[in-house]
Design a protein around this ligand. Sequence first.
Ligand code: PHE
Length: 340
Amino acid sequence: MEERVRKIEEEVKAFLVASKEDLENFRLKFISKKGAVSSLFDDLRQASVEEKKKIGKVLNELKQLAEDKFKHLQEKLDSSPDAAGGQIDLSLPVVPNKVGNLHPLNLTRYRIIEIFERLGFNVSDGPEVEDDWHNFTALNFAENHPAREMQDTFFVEKNPDVLLRTHTSNVQVRLMKNQKPPIRSIMPGRVYRNEAISARAHCFFHQVEGLYVDKKVGFSDLKQTLYHFAKEMFGQETKIRLRPSFFPFTEPSAEIDISCLICHGKGCNVCKYSGWVEIAGSGMVHPHVLKNGGIDPEEFTGFAFGMGIERITMLRYSINDLRLFSENDLRFLRQFKSVI
Ligand code: PHE
């Protein structure tokens, strides 16, 4: 008989329970009145006194074992989610979905647009594959200006020349042709130059062109507009500096620098120890360009500027390598939450 008790004990231990149905089967098989343990107790009645003593103890232990296992499994099944009839607990915190965020260059572009929109500028667009006229000739570039060389420009076709625009200034003449002054517009977009890729240069990057043409637009308007922009973009304490420069399509021309945001003028490697960082080229629209756009330079004047979106983004977020913008590394891109 002892052997039968041991066998049932093994069966109790090995019985697998995964559902309430299994648990009921366990109960019927071992614990119920007609179950295996009860029938062992029945058999025990016929045993000798000595056997009763010995087996009775083991049998009681088996009964305890089966009941403990039943109780334990019952509690476990009652507390599992299935026990609630498959219902979802709505009070649990949600597992957040991973949503994307805007690219840092777009964050900067939107911020630039926002600032200029409040000054009354609208947003215009132009083609990236451009003819020679709009990218160079109409902008007063001399026949053999170095920018027209193969080393600097990606040509799509030669004679007549079709190229990837080297700056957003190509949109200037298109706007003048299509609109009457006052024209107050910014033109963000991608531009291309045949340059070796490094931390500071790339064969494609982004610019925002600005154009304001009206009666009596003066250099002071240019200066004030860009000063306002710099303060809005980088903080009210930002200073600007204009350096005389040359562009064929503006006269006079100036490079716009802002006071270095990293060292605040003390000198660091971002500003190359000068305290100033260049952010844009600018100037008064050259009379030839106004004429090429069908606008009378005797009646109207204008200013234009072009700034690099990468440069502004690098200053804004202290990014030290231009290549990061186009490498698509999510560890980099996910750091920019969509705060414009
Ligand atoms: N197009 C010039 C450049 O790419 C910038 C510029 C734009 C300068 C408008 C003057 C006026 O460097």
